[in-house]
Design a protein around this ligand. Structure first.
Ligand SMILES: CC(C)(COP(=O)(O)OP(=O)(O)OC[C@H]1O[C@@H](n2cnc3c(N)ncnc32)[C@H](O)[C@@H]1OP(=O)(O)O)[C@@H](O)C(=O)NCCC(=O)NCCS
Length: 269
């Protein structure tokens, strides 16, 4: 039975002299930013993160009403910039991004940097970035499970009928974990496709109860094939569920690597 795995069991991303060789599969970088980007006036590290942003990002940063959303935004910008610089000679401040019409950011400069595909997720306490070199369709989603809200009511409304049935078939104590498992997996898929909520959430289903691997099935209207897709589900912390999904046209089992990372500081034990 597929259960959330432990990130500590994933092979570490090898960092040598500040550089990382392009991944065969997908590299997952997690930043548990709480203690590093504390509330209150900016400390030295937060100011260093602030200095990495473009003017445009700084304007967006200032626009957040709640301080906790500002901290999350700052942590996200610092993470993606510092992570990408491990794969190229560009400095963290040099990266420039644009967004697709559906909002998915991608790298536009510096032009001499190798092709890097990435996807970001941010939730209170955790920011994550998935990076690949060869695999274009990569998506990551993390959710803070302390958020309140009627989980089964959301599932009934948005999940597929097989997911709803599986959820209701579980003892009530197991439903919350399963709800966030489906949620993060579904988000990782729509983020890998880059289409956001333009993909109806009820038109694809995750299979978590057959075999060790996480399966996906598509309704006929959703034009996609399950074969190239790989999904992993992690209990990233006591309160965070995280899913990563990627489609490798070459097939096989592209490896996942992991680092628990603090931008401008390094890997955390
Ligand atoms: C925007 C969306 C792609 C992800 O939203 P989310 O899960 O709330 O937020 P996440 O933190 O996981 O992801 C946000 C990041 O994804 C990236 N992103 C934005 N649009 C994207 C897209 N179309 N495809 C892939 N990635 C996208 C961005 O980097 C963004 O962060 P940034 O704006 O700080 O750069 C979209 O799926 C959405 O709006 N979801 C709403 C959540 C929901 O109702 N889910 C239903 C339960 S299953």
């Amino acid at each position: 039975v597929a259960r959330p795995d432990r990130l500590d069991d994933v092979a570490p991303i090898p960092i040598k002299g500040g550089r990382v060789s392009p991944p065969e599969g997908v590299d997952l970088w997690c930043f548990f930013y709480g203690p590093h980007v504390p509330p209150g006036p900016m400390d030295e590290l937060s100011r260093a993160y602030d200095a990495l942003m473009t003017e445009d990002e700084r304007v967006r940063h200032q626009r957040f009403y709640f301080e906790r959303d500002q901290r999350l935004f700052l942590a996200t910008r610092a993470l993606v910039r510092c992570v990408l610089s491990h794969y190229a000679s560009a400095t963290p401040a040099a990266w420039r991004f644009e967004r697709t019409e559906h909002g998915k950011p991608f790298v536009v400069a510096p032009g001499e940097a190798p092709t890097l595909h990435f996807n970001l997720t941010n939730t209170h306490g955790l920011v994550a970035c998935a990076v690949s070199h060869r695999i274009e369709r990569v998506g990551v989603d993390a959710e803070n499970m302390t958020r309140t809200g009627e989980t089964t009511a959301i599932a009934d409304r948005f999940f597929s009928s097989s997911e709803v049935d599986a959820l209701h078939g579980l003892p009530p104590s197991a439903r919350r974990d399963r709800f966030f498992s489906y949620w993060t997996l579904k988000e990782s898929y729509i983020k890998a496709r880059g289409l956001g909520l333009a993909i109806p959430l009820g038109q694809f289903s995750f299979l978590l109860d057959d075999g060790d691997d996480i399966g996906i099935r598509f309704a006929p209207d959703l034009v996609d094939q399950p074969e190239p897709w790989r999904f992993r589900l992690f209990r990233a912390s006591d309160i965070h569920m995280l899913a990563v999904g990627f489609a490798d046209e070459r097939g096989g089992q592209p490896p996942l690597r992991y680092a628990r990372f603090v931008p401008l500081v390094g890997v955390e034990p």
